[in-house]
Design a protein. Sequence first.
Length: 138
Amino acid sequence: MKSYREELWFNVPTRRALINITPHVDKALKKSGIQEGLCLVNAMHITASVFINDDESGLHHDYELWLEKLAPHEPVAQYRHNVGEDNADAHMKRQIMGREVVVAVTGGKLDFGTWEQIFYGEFDGRRKKRVLVKIIGE
């Protein structure tokens, strides 16, 4: 069995964004040469997420509204974590959306269901953050 590791770096200029990173992961998979195995994609920052869903703008808009209802950014003073900070909501949004995904690799390709894509969810942007891609298999 072999393994491959790559870091993807993002510097989102806005506070929040959902970015389709499937092409980046596909590229890493091709570089790995692995044909059969598993691909882990992991947000390496506590206020960011990696998840799988449909790349549809209406759904992304709905996520924004839903997440803001569940963990509103303001008023900032509502969170104990925000003493000297303003990102408690980002930690909660990350918890809801998840830390990582694992995708099967079959025939050298990500083995997705219909419409599935991998997304990086940024909930406290404006600084450089990384995503780990770790692929194992043969």
